[in-house]
Ligand binder design. Structure first.
Ligand SMILES: [Zn+2]
Length: 87
């Protein structure tokens, strides 16, 4: 008897848990308590006053999600803090 694999088994990569994004988010003035209550229920380990995404990048020792890291990088680029590195 011959057994051969025709379709490879797809192995889903394991989830990587990273710290919460450190960006502070301004709550809407009319819904401060709603935001705090809702996000405390959804993710009790996360600070409800900060961005609710997990971090994907580290900038100068602080964890950021891609959105807030991108905003920070763009601000620094526009202010001239970032320069093109010659390869
Ligand atoms: Zn963020």
């Amino acid at each position: 008897m011959t057994v051969s694999v025709l379709k490879p088994k797809i192995i889903k990569p394991e989830r990587v848990v990273t710290p919460q994004c450190c960006a502070e988010v301004e709550p809407p003035t009319h819904a401060t308590m709603w935001r705090r209550d809702r996000y405390k229920k959804l993710r009790p380990q996360f600070d409800p006053d900060r961005c609710q995404r997990e971090s994907t990048l580290d900038i100068e020792g602080k964890p950021y999600c891609r959105i807030h890291a991108g905003q920070l990088a763009l601000d620094r680029w526009l202010s001239g803090e970032l320069v093109v590195k010659e390869c």
